[in-house]
Design a protein around this ligand. Sequence first.
Ligand code: MRU
Length: 367
Amino acid sequence: MNETTELDPPTIVWDDQGACLRVIDQRWLPHRLVVERLRSVDQVVVAIRQMWVRGAPLIGATAAYGAYFAWQNSGGRDDAAVAAAALKIKAARPTAINLAWAVDHVMRQAREASSEGDRAAAALRAAHDIVAAELERSQRIGEHGLTLIADIAARKHGEPVNVLTHCNAGRLATIDLGTATAPIYLATGRGILVHVWVDETRPRNQGAGLTAWELSRRGVPHTVIVDNAGGHLMQKGLVDLVIVGTDRTTRNGDVVNKIGTYLKALAAHDNGVPFYVALPSSSIDWSMATGGDVPIETRDGSEIGRVFGLDESGKPNSVQIIPPGSDVANYAFDVTPARYVTGLITERGICDATEQSLNARFPVNDR
Ligand code: MRU
């Protein structure tokens, strides 16, 4: 475990001197801040599969560097090993579309290089471009989403705006501002009072462990709640707005996101609470008609049976919480039908969760 003393290490950064990719191993947060160096396709696959890195845009960015490692290994030859490496990276996790999108993009850019000798360099540039593009998308999503928070703040005459979020669609899931958190960070930066209800997000606790950690570090008031509390809070008028991220949104506007998102959308619908999805275009799957077609990842049952944390002596540890003989089913994502989505906050503005509206923002020749 490479614990770091860096105060605010980037979620992902290319280290030119070390010729490696530095990422935070998020499995240890919020208890330890560990930075690891990735130097090969296999290490990238492990980091994605074991969720050292997670969150759709970050998975995509990491995968992009994996594709670069493949071209570097082959010396720019477009051989069977490069194709196999691309497939292996794309298979590391099935649901976030950013993964396949980023690998395909890097492969295309490398193949378009003028000579074999230029291919690895072209792949590296393409990976850097993906990181830069995600940064830009988060900034734009933040600016568009800020208007929603500012409007509610104006109606509440400066009382804090209560935003509920699920999982981690923050800095740790992307590169800097996050997607669902970007409007929150920009709003607090402008002096708007925001309070965030943070779903713990069982089984891996991305809310309790990651979102709460990054909100704490940025000084954003927040309260961690159990996953089932959201409906109750909405009934009591304690949620003004829900903003979540997405791992894949299909062209009709169905939103695939961390398991439990659907139930939040149902509760929001029943209580008249606006339910928005922060959506970088890298998470749109134009090839899929509806969310029902998206592969839903099922993960190891141990994530449900055991809970990770610090023990009483302050050491990271996990404990068993279910009887040894019980079966478990660990579905990692669910589909929120477009009809429950008030709007999609994209880098090109806020639009309805419909095919027509998405097409108007992202015409076929400009995606
Ligand atoms: O399993 P994870 O932690 O990779 O799931 C992440 C999520 O579901 C996020 O909400 C989603 O990727 C959006 S991240 C901007």
